[in-house]
Design a protein around this ligand. Sequence first.
Ligand code: SF4
Length: 409
Amino acid sequence: MQIGESSFPRRTTRQIMVGDVAVGGGAPVSVQSMTITKTADVDATLQQIYALAAAGCDIVRCTCNEPEAAEGLARIIPRSPVPIVADIHHQYRRALEALEAGVHCLRLNPGNIRKPEHIKAVAMEAKDRGVPIRIGVNGGSLDPALYEKYGGKVTAEAMVESAKIEIGYFEEVGFEDIKISVKASSVPLMIEAYRMLADEVDFPLHLGVTEAGPPPGGLIKATAGIATLLAEGIGDTIRYSLTADPVQEAKAGRQLLESLGLRERKNVDLIACPSCGRAEIDVIAVAEQAMAAFGEREIPLQVAVMGCVVNGPGEARDADIGIAAGNKRGHLFVRGTNVAVVPEDEMVGALVEWAEFIHEHGIDKAMEKADLKAAKEAAEADRAALLEEQGEDANASEQVVELIRKGRS
Ligand code: SF4
């Protein structure tokens, strides 16, 4: 298997279209996020939608919580680069207005729009307009009747039942253009609920850990829940719910899918060694400088920052381009082969330059322009000098091994 590929068989589902983005039915897993502006503030919301789209977001949700928000949607949708979902709570009339505004999908929360006639009225209107609906069950706003039924607790069964009741209303009016989410802030609970739901329905599923909180804890929780399910083949579209700039949600979603091999790489995949006694540079600082230098550039390569030339080019031999430090010099390597040597303070600039060249012309052309003999000699000289200075065991591992052995005897 190649880097960037996935070996996870995907669950078979129906497919729906959210605007021009296919969800389920073998379509690539899509990334979603949600604006945090007032939807009535059209310019601010559009600015955020553009930032989200640039960060890799495929579908954006906006709240439609007041009449002015529905009017805002009517102005936003024609100018949005990505499909827009209207988030509806409590007032089914906002759903009808959002449909009138031309929204590409609705999200209804069955926990707070409970009158069957209201739900069916929205489904009929959505059906007439060919607009899908996400049944967005949320552990924190479960229908009180279900909460009671399941012993005053939010359980996976209760969340799945809530979704199935809503599906039932939709089916009564012949509406099946559905995707479903059963989010909870507890990771084990949401995993259980999605697994259960995936066994019972073949609608596409929207994954998320609700109210995951600020990074880094929120990122870890969301990743634990979403990645576990994706690795089981469950999930067709995802959203990180972070207490942070939504651009971070989009980037995290995109990165997760790329790292699981479920989406093609869009930006640089920066890998870096954890540093150790051999490091010739401050690896953390140089990796951060490199991340900042690549920024949002769409260079879909794996780029390595390695602390030493003794082991760096070998440890990161799969990287398309990398840099390893040695004797105040930066050694550039392409797929493990040394290609150039630059002064240490020019390392990051050279890394970006070579990455751009490879992106534009390919690895073979990069090899052609390299002085391979000079680069190899320089790397070998610095490697030998470092080994001479630090010895074979720069991390003093053998002393620790001795201690372990002594403890045994
Ligand atoms: S041996 Fe070199 S490349 Fe490997 S972790 Fe240590 S400093 Fe980084």
